[in-house]
Write a protein that binds this ligand. Structure first.
Ligand code: GLY
Length: 384
């Protein structure tokens, strides 16, 4: 084992139940105060000077807030969290019924963490019906030519005929829909998209493209390019992290022989590019010698991926690696002024657009919290 990996695993050994409980308690206190300000509205994707903007349910990120409420409810049993989840669900149902800002593929991010979480917690069939309705919306973006779910833009737009790596996390919604409805179409489409992603967004060395284009007439894969990374030839840190989480999440439904073969090299690329404190710069083009801003959310996402992989026993050191990342995040990336609303500091949303740089963001908050809950309670039933 290389020394870097050893050091990360050693850091993780500092985690015990007392440490986990103290981190989660800090989160609960922060969320209680955030809830008062957000009310029945939603926080923005990323913060500005540590404060989220309050807005309606109109982004790809709204589910993260509801998902955090679900984690808080499961940890505390406090009905105020459940009450707000139920209120959020009225908004998620309305958004579906009105098809409001849903012409994209992020239906999984939105509805696994809202309808999926609400159903797992309450077993109320209304939320299962919402999840199935959402799965139909995602299904409608499937392109036969190319076998993929189109990420963004108008359906069939040749300039948007592509997948993005983040879409790994939208597929569990479809697998869940097959489980709940017995209809195989959801799973079939998820499998096709999954296989297309595995064949396109990975370079030969298992580093990743953010997005990959297809020929609109023939469906032939064309070329990889970036959207939020530094360049078409670089590796966007969060993209690699989406793969580290997305592969085992989907494999938990599939159990394909591809997983044990390809996963270790995807992980190695991530580990190889971690700087001294193990929290990645937003793109792997940056290093401690040529630094830029860190993206803490990529570390939180990868930690959840390692914990998911640990359950499937594919990468032997994965639990230790997850603990190391979470320890570093908890010790060095969570401390901020009292009025800072983020659970996790120092993320990057979209560097080139100047969005959410060195700020908390909702997915960083959510995945940091999910990783803590996974570590604190091995029996926790994930929402994905
Ligand atoms: N899924 C969008 C992002 O990771 O920024």
């Amino acid at each position: 084992m290389n020394t870097n990996k050893k050091r990360l695993i050693q850091l993780g050994q500092n985690i015990d139940q007392v440490w986990l409980d103290s981190q989660i308690k800090k989160i609960i206190i922060k969320m209680e105060s955030n809830m008062e300000r957000f009310g029945y509205d939603f926080p923005s994707a990323s913060a500005t000077d540590g404060k989220y903007h309050i807005k309606q349910n109109d982004d790809w990120t709204n589910g993260f807030w509801t998902g955090m409420l679900a984690l808080a409810y499961e940890y505390t049993g406090d009905s105020k969290f459940l009450h707000l989840i139920e209120t959020n669900m009225v908004s998620f149902q309305k958004r579906l019924d009105e098809h409001f800002v849903l012409d994209h593929h992020d239906i999984g991010f939105l509805y696994s963490l809202s309808a999926g979480a609400a159903y797992k917690i309450t077993r109320n069939n209304i939320y299962q019906a919402t999840l199935l309705q959402a799965a139909d919306v995602l299904l409608n973006r499937f392109q036969e030519k190319g076998n993929f779910i189109q990420a963004w833009g108008e359906y069939g737009d040749p300039n948007e005929y592509r997948v993005i790596i983040d879409s790994f996390i939208n597929l569990p919604l479809l697998f869940a829909a097959t489980e709940y409805s017995g209809k195989t179409i959801y799973k079939e489409v998820a499998l096709k998209h999954f296989e297309t992603l595995l064949k396109t967004v990975f370079r030969d060395d298992s580093s990743t493209y953010h997005t990959y284009y297809f020929d609109v007439k023939t469906g032939q894969p064309l070329y990889g390019s970036t959207h939020q990374g530094h360049s078409d030839t670089s590796t966007w840190a969060r993209g690699q992290a989406w793969a580290i989480l997305g592969i085992p999440l989907n494999e938990s439904y599939i159990h394909s022989p591809v997983f044990p073969e390809m996963y270790p090299s995807v992980v190695e690329i991530f580990l190889k590019n971690l700087p001294e404190d193990f929290i990645p710069y937003w793109d792997f083009d940056y290093t401690d010698r040529e630094p830029s801003d860190k993206d803490s959310s990529a570390a939180a996402i990868a930690a959840c991926g390692f914990l998911e992989a640990a359950q499937q026993e594919v990468y032997p050191e994965s639990e230790g690696l997850a603990k190391g990342l979470i320890y570093q995040l908890g010790e060095f990336y969570t401390n901020a002024a009292e009025d800072n609303e983020g659970l996790l500091q120092h993320g990057v949303y979209a560097f080139a657009e100047g969005k959410g740089i060195d700020e908390p963001n909702l997915w960083g908050d959510y995945f940091y919290f999910e990783a803590l809950v996974r570590l604190a309670n091995a029996k926790w039933n994930r929402y994905w």
